[in-house]
Design a protein around this ligand. Structure first.
Ligand SMILES: [Fe+2]
Length: 325
């Protein structure tokens, strides 16, 4: 299928030694809703239609253990899997198959040379749109990852998956796969590792209600409020209890590629273009440390050793523990 392409960022997965604490944060403070728990993994939805936008698994260390993108149908999944198999250097590859997890669906997984596991999926269950309280994230907006070879990752994601390079800074490439300005950014910052993930608020008001809920609950903002240059989106950054960076964002620029003119570092690296409002030029030292590769990628499939189906997640713990030795 020649026009097979990634269509959207779907969900993200983290490992934690403190699952109850993470659940409390993401439900009571961040504004998500738990929709399932299986094999030591909790599933959380936003206010949008995606079955889940976040998974958190019990383990013995903190890590980002998977990034999910969605495509249109099984034929596209199969076609993208063929491209990865023949044109992308992977350390592991799991061919397309029905997904045995809450939300179901069909997909394949691969792990890149820096340990990032990507899951390309389709046909997951979806929720009917419904009235929800204000101040809840609707969906994932974008994920930012550090890479020792951002140029390579940008080129491959463009060639294999149909991403468009919407803008570049010296430190980052911003890639979009739909009308959202960017769904992923490859960052030349710090060590290879997880950077941050952004959750999209339906409106600026929803973002402010979320910020208010977090600050009132004792979670201090680490960067913001501000309006980014590339993407023109409003931002407010926080640290989750496990120390990784999470962002509320709103008003992401919607791009028509027939008219959009990408710009480079000579424009976007100007201070007034990086953060348009001038309120929040710099992030906190703690957030700087978190974004510098502190949070590793550990592929989810590496956690499958032992094949446990228990609720305790013991096998997942053992898999992660083994990776540290
Ligand atoms: Fe962001």
């Amino acid at each position: 299928m020649n026009n097979a392409a990634i269509r959207a960022l779907s969900s993200i997965e983290f490992a934690t030694p403190h699952l109850p604490r993470a659940e409390q944060f993401f439900i009571e403070h961040w504004g998500l809703e738990k929709v399932g728990r299986e094999h030591g993994i909790s599933y959380f939805r936003g206010a949008g239609t995606e079955h889940h936008i976040l998974r958190v698994r019990q383990a013995q260390m903190v890590a980002c253990t998977g990034i999910d993108f969605s495509t249109g149908n099984r034929e596209e999944v199969d076609a993208l899997a063929d491209r990865v198999r023949s044109e992308f250097p992977t350390t592991s590859f799991h061919p397309p198959a029905p997904l045995q997890e809450p939300g179901g669906g069909y997909g394949f997984s691969f792990t890149d040379a820096e340990g990032r596991q990507f899951n390309i999926v389709c046909d997951r269950d979806s929720h009917k749109p419904s009235a929800v309280p204000r101040g809840r994230p609707a969906k994932l907006s974008h994920v930012v990852v550090n890479s020792a070879d951002a140029d390579f990752m940008t080129a491959k994601f463009s060639d294999l998956f149909g991403f468009r390079v919407r803008d570049r800074m010296r430190s980052m490439d911003f890639l979009g796969c739909n009308t959202d300005h960017h769904s992923i950014a490859f960052c030349r910052f710090g060590d290879p590792g997880f950077g941050h993930v952004a959750f999209e608020m339906p409106t600026f008001d929803d973002l402010m209600i979320g910020v208010g809920r977090l600050v009132k609950g004792g979670t201090q903002m680490q960067w913001g409020l501000g309006r980014h240059g590339p993407g023109n989106n409003i931002f407010a950054y926080f640290l989750a209890p496990d120390g990784y960076t999470v962002e509320y964002t709103a008003e992401m620029e919607q791009v028509d590629d027939t008219r959009y003119v990408p710009r480079g570092p000579e424009y976007w690296d100007l201070p007034e273009n990086r953060e348009q409002w001038g309120l929040s030029p710099n992030w906190s030292p703690a957030m700087g440390e978190a974004q510098s590769g502190l949070i590793p990628f550990v592929p989810r499939e590496r956690l499958a050793f032992g094949g446990s189906t228990s609720e305790s997640g013991r096998a997942e713990d053992e898999g992660l523990s083994a990776l540290r030795s």
